[in-house]
Design a protein around this ligand. Structure first.
Ligand code: BGC
Length: 751
């Protein structure tokens, strides 16, 4: 028996070795050989063309407003793909297109590329499918990333990625410019909601889940329902000091390494195929000119093999905006020498022309160009574009499937975060008379935010009428009769507040939906994080009626609401929950869903107090306090969870050993509920002042009333490491504290 077992094992081993060395290695060797053979045949012009990316509007006819159909300009398209040998296109031309229209356009492009160019190299089309395939009319949209982060649910993020890949690839687009792996530590920033929040570990975990969803865990992107991911914006983009988009960030080197680079390094390890460069400037160097970021770290330290694309117009920005290049051509030199592979030019083919000149005059060696083209071709080979670059009509049915919308709904439900529930005002009874009010109550667009059918996502026209607004979803839930509506205020101005107050007098409870309109990137810049005064006034006037007020926050960043927090009974954070968000909000308000979201960021109380949860001890010392409105990880439930029996399997361990941590979690309330169990580690003494705690693991569980589950975590060396003053990752022996819920236990790391 034993022998047969070991014989069997031996057989399995031999087969596995055979499999890994021949079957799996084969495609890689094959791919390398094909790439080299093709590269040898290419002229310089064809090579620099591969490194050039042009936007759809440049090859399209002017499109009428409010259309879902883009019309290609064949003359311009030919000039770009055939005459200039451009290897990549991107974006949507103003607004989303129908899936069929996308298929037709991609087919036309690939026909030109593969049948009318000398070498027949397919183009690679890239798109921002930020929360689902948001530029395909019929596609499934999801909550924005900040809301996905609030779910603390890797499986949901994985499924979002998987569905996004399937629907995007179905129309012939194989490249998604997502996930955003910058950290949301600057709440003023207009792209805060594109992040997974303030924590590096959470961002890395969800980023990996999303990448696996897009590319498959095995990274075989030749499958027809997968796309290549693009981690962005590498790196340090998310914390502009001013809070304004695309303005400088100042990040100490060790914090850059320990926090901001960490999620990108994890994404590289997870096999992410492509990266997009940070559009801003870190410590005085625009990222597009940073050899440190693009070559020393990404290539030399992390051995990233994929392709690096610039952000929009950012090579040119080195000249026109940043004043570090003497001319547009000099800007191309700087970016390519720093390590860029492809320029999102995006309005013309100037990059290719300048690059060709730079090589011909001997400024850049052709071998440098070859290195980039090799990477680009390999991504195209990996995607199977050389075998089949065309979309297939029968795959149109993959787009917008009802079961995909169910995942989006589940994500919205798990994202919603209950921040206040005085006297258990929530859930509301369905028999109550309700006033629904506020600027975000009756909008489809505001639930989705930017990157929704249009870049800014602010045109209600494009949102399917089948999507419900919060008002409609509440009416669906409790019937029209019991629900009154008055907007009371727009985002910035009062709007017949008297009508709202009058209606409030005759109801049992007020649901005040406040927050933000849709925006994206620089147009979303603000100078003040406070919720606009008109909305504060609206809520204060409603409070004066004596009726209980429940705030629903529909916002992409935490707008300061301190003046009204103490005055309202309930606060529900909805983030930007996507098209299913209204139903999810109504489900939570009326108790059909027990909320389980947790804040993936610190919700500030004051406009000058943006301290994150992983702050230093000095920020809690003497009169200093970490005094946010709500801390990172905060979120209430309609039930209660009790933590007990925290056990560590060792009291002391060497850095290379693993530590098992166990804790019992019990649902002590009357309702089933989900709880995210967060595990923090604190280094008590170290050479660089430690943060008070850092998230190192988490698990989301579901518990029936009265049920107890034991949650086990296995921690390894990484958990105890930090970047020291010499910018090295180290573990310094000493005492660490492991905390879960309200429990904690020490562990000693020995030499
Ligand atoms: C954004 C990127 C985006 C690109 C292409 C830029 O303005 O910064 O995140 O991927 O446009 O649309």
């Amino acid at each position: 028996m034993e022998l047969r077992k070991s014989g069997g094992l031996f057989f399995v081993l031999v087969i596995s070795i055979f499999w890994f060395t021949t079957v799996l290695a084969q495609p890689q060797a094959d791919l390398d050989a094909k790439t080299e053979a093709l590269l040898k045949k290419m002229t310089l012009k064809e090579k620099v063309g591969q490194m050039t990316q042009v936007t759809l509007s440049e090859v399209s006819k002017k499109r009428p407003d409010h259309s879902f159909e883009n019309v290609l300009d064949l003359k311009k398209l030919k000039s770009v793909i055939v005459d200039s040998a451009v290897g990549s296109l991107l974006n949507t031309g103003g607004a989303a297109n129908t899936a069929l229209n996308w298929q037709q356009m991609i087919t036309t492009m690939q026909k030109l590329a593969t049948q009318k160019t000398r070498l027949g190299i397919p183009v690679i089309y890239g798109i921002d499918a930020i929360h689902g395939s948001n530029y395909i009319k019929e596609a499934t949209l999801f909550p924005q990333s900040i809301a996905m982060a609030a779910t603390f649910n890797r499986d949901l993020v994985f499924n979002e990625g998987k569905i996004t890949a399937k629907e995007t690839r179905a129309v012939g687009i194989p490249w998604n410019f997502n996930p955003v792996l910058g950290l949301g530590r600057q709440p003023l920033w207009s792209r805060f909601w594109e992040t997974y929040g303030e924590d590096a570990y959470l961002t890395a975990e969800l980023g990996k889940a999303y990448i696996y969803g897009l590319q498959g865990k095995d990274g075989d992107v030749s499958k027809p329902d997968r796309v290549v991911a693009c981690m962005k914006h590498y790196a340090g983009y998310s914390v502009p000091l001013s809070g304004h988009d695309r303005t400088p960030a100042w990040i100490p080197q060790r914090i850059l390494l320990e926090k901001f680079l960490f999620p990108f390094e994890e994404a590289v390890k997870a096999g992410c195929y492509t990266a997009m460069v940070n559009s801003g400037d870190v410590n005085g160097t625009p990222a597009h000119a940073s050899k440190f970021l693009l070559t020393d770290v990404l290539r030399n330290a992390w051995h990233f093999k994929g392709l690096v694309v610039s952000d929009w117009n950012d090579v040119n920005n080195l000249y026109g905006r940043d004043h570090i290049a003497k001319s547009p051509k000099d800007a191309v030199r700087i970016a390519v020498q720093a390590g860029l592979d492809m320029s999102m030019v995006p309005f013309n083919c100037s990059f290719a022309r300048y690059l060709e000149e730079l090589v011909r005059e001997g400024t850049i060696p052709e071998s440098r160009i070859d290195a980039s083209v090799r990477r680009i071709l390999k991504v195209k080979y990996a995607l199977g574009l050389f075998e089949d670059p065309f979309p297939h009509q029968e795959r149109l049915q993959w787009v917008g499937k009802p079961e995909h919308a169910k995942v989006s709904l589940q994500a919205a439900r798990e994202a919603i975060t209950l921040l206040k529930n005085a006297n258990d005002i929530l859930p509301l009874k369905k028999s109550m008379k309700i006033l629904v009010t506020g600027p975000t109550a009756n909008s489809r667009a505001y639930l989705n935010g930017g990157w929704s059918y249009t870049w800014q996502g602010n045109d209600e026209f494009y949102f399917p009428k089948s999507n419900k607004t919060i008002l409609q979803a509440i009416r669906d839930k409790v019937g029209k009769k019991n629900v009154k509506y008055a907007r009371g205020a727009t985002v910035n101005k009062l709007d017949n507040i008297l009508q709202a107050v009058k209606k409030a007098h005759s109801v049992d409870a007020i649901v005040a939906c406040v927050g933000e309109s849709s925006y994206c990137e620089t147009p979303g810049n603000i100078n003040d994080l406070s919720l606009p005064q008109a909305q504060i006034t609206l809520v204060e006037e409603l409070v004066k009626t004596g009726k209980p007020v429940i705030l629903v926050l529909v916002e992409g960043r935490p707008r300061i609401i301190r003046p009204i927090v103490g005055k309202v009974q309930g606060i529900v954070m909805a983030y930007l929950p996507g098209p299913q968000g209204s139903k999810a909000i109504a489900d939570v308000l009326f108790g059909e869903v027990n909320p389980s979201g947790k804040l993936p960021f610190t919700y500030p109380k004051y406009v000058n107090d943006f301290i994150c949860y992983d702050h230093k001890y000095s920020e809690e010392y003497d009169v200093n306090r970490y005094d946010p409105q709500w801390p990172f990880g905060y979120g209430l439930s309609y039930t209660h969870f009790k933590y007990a029996n925290l056990k560590l399997d060792k009291k002391r361990l060497k850095p290379d050993e693993t530590l098992r941590v166990q804790v019992d979690v019990t649902n002590t309330g009357q309702r089933a509920g989900k709880e995210t169990v967060l595990l923090y580690v604190s280094d008590l003494v170290r050479s660089v002042s430690p943060p008070v705690r850092q998230l190192k693991s988490f698990r989301k569980i579901r518990l029936k009333p009265g049920e107890t589950k034991t949650v086990t975590f296995t921690l390894d060396k990484k958990v105890f490491e930090f970047v020291n003053a010499d910018n090295q990752w180290v573990v310094e022996p000493g005492i660490f504290k492991v905390s879960v819920g309200n429990l904690s236990a020490p562990v000693k790391i020995t030499e």
